[in-house]
Write a protein that binds this ligand. Structure first.
Ligand SMILES: *[C@@H]1O[C@H](CO)[C@@H](O)[C@H](O)[C@H]1NC(C)=O
Ligand SMILES: *[C@@H]1O[C@H](CO)[C@@H](O)[C@H](O)[C@H]1NC(C)=O
Length: 360
């Protein structure tokens, strides 16, 4: 064994000091927005590690089957999933159109953190209507279910969030807003003039709308969240990285592309689109669903729904606050034909309970 001399220890200390200040200066480029990585965005790696994250629960709908299907990761692999309940739905709506699309699992925040989850989704059974009617006189409600264990989903409700001037309410999602202490719920709508009560004429562009709720029963009056008039925007998906740093992915429904924006000063802070107004992640896709990797703290996964083809395909990036650099992931163990949904990291207790309940 080599004995370290005091001189060698001083040399090592000097080397470590130089190395850490170099690392800090590389990281500081992130404030410009172009070189963001998760460390710049304040992801608390130690906090995620103490959550013992051991797998992932996915909730999706399948093309012709507008119900909620659960998928569980094979071990702690973010790209390998198997169907729960032998491929049968876990939730079938009984209200509204009796079809649910775009199911998203909303983790509880504040006093509901780790104790409560919601699934919300679009009230639309396209087999019983047409795409034209679904946008002119579609449902103005969002489906809600809730659970205290991610297994037993109860209290189905259909909550109307827009008035009669709205043509539809699509792809609702929600995120805990730490600054407000409530859930920010958002969805896409277009609107008809009050002089056109049957919605036969021309609507507005499609914009993102939002309301706040504490219980997914009563909501504040809706307001516009994102309006890129005349561009149509749908399918908004937030990824919180710290109490103040967020990514938001969305679909340009006019150009059929998905892109990301970044804020480092809150949900209502300054949002920038890295790469500029034309920058995109992918064309011909919708329903972006992002989630952090449980193992590699630098990595973000992004599911993109190739709606004209085989549904969700996974993408990944270790520099997620940009529109460039996303690469297609290995799809060998990723199921085909999953449509717009969401993925939730879970710990070993929940993973095992889901496995036992749904028999896989
Ligand atoms: C796993 O998560 C559940 C739900 O939040 C929680 O009740 C449980 O205590 C957690 N288990 C471990 C081992 O952290
Ligand atoms: C499911 O949750 C409901 C409401 O919390 C409860 O009444 C019921 O007993 C639960 N069922 C099971 C099987 O845990």
């Amino acid at each position: 064994m080599v004995q370290a001399t005091p001189k060698a220890l001083w040399a090592l200390a000097a080397l470590l000091f130089t190395w850490s200040s170099l690392a800090a200066s590389i990281k500081s480029r992130g404030s410009g927005g172009l070189f963001l990585d998760l460390a710049d965005l304040g992801v608390d790696v130690t906090k995620r590690q103490t959550n013992n994250l051991a797998g992932y629960l996915g909730a999706f709908f399948l093309g012709a089957d507008p119900y909620v299907y659960f998928y569980l990761s094979n071990g702690n692999d973010a790209l390998s999933f198997r169907a729960l309940n032998r491929g049968q739905p876990v939730i079938r709506p009984t209200k509204g159109t009796t079809g649910v699309r775009d199911p998203t699992i909303v983790p509880g925040g504040g006093s509901e953190s780790g104790r409560k989850w919601y699934i919300i989704g679009t009230d639309l059974h396209i087999g019983r209507t047409t795409w034209d009617a679904a946008q002119r006189t579609g449902s103005r409600g969002i489906f809600v279910w809730e659970s205290t264990d991610l297994i037993n989903w109860t209290n189905e409700r259909l909550v109307t969030v827009e008035d009669a001037t709205a043509g539809m309410v699509w792809a609702p999602e929600a995120i805990w807003d730490p600054a407000k202490g409530q859930y920010l719920v958002h969805w896409a709508s277009k609107f008809y003039p009050t002089s056109d009560p049957r919605h036969t004429g021309n609507p507005t562009n499609i914009r993102m709308r939002y309301a706040y709720t504490s219980d997914f029963k009563t909501f504040s009056a809706p307001q516009t969240l994102i309006d890129k008039n005349p561009t149509n925007i749908i399918d908004l998906n937030y990824l919180p990285l710290s109490p103040t740093s967020f990514l938001r992915f969305m679909k340009d429904e006019t150009r059929k592309t998905v892109f990301v924006e970044v804020s480092n000063n809150g949900l209502f802070g300054t949002w920038t689109r890295p790469g500029g107004d034309g920058a995109i992640i992918q064309t011909g896709v919708e329903g972006p669903a992002s989630y952090l990797d449980n193992v590699d703290p630098r990595k973000v996964h992004l599911l993109l729904d190739f709606y004209g083809s085989d549904g969700y395909r996974p993408f990944e990036s270790t520099n997620p606050g940009t529109n460039s650099g996303w690469v297609g992931s290995n799809r060998n163990n990723f199921p085909k034909n999953l449509r717009h949904g969401s993925v939730l990291p879970i710990n070993g207790t929940v993973y095992e309970a889901l496995r036992q309940r749904w028999g896989v």
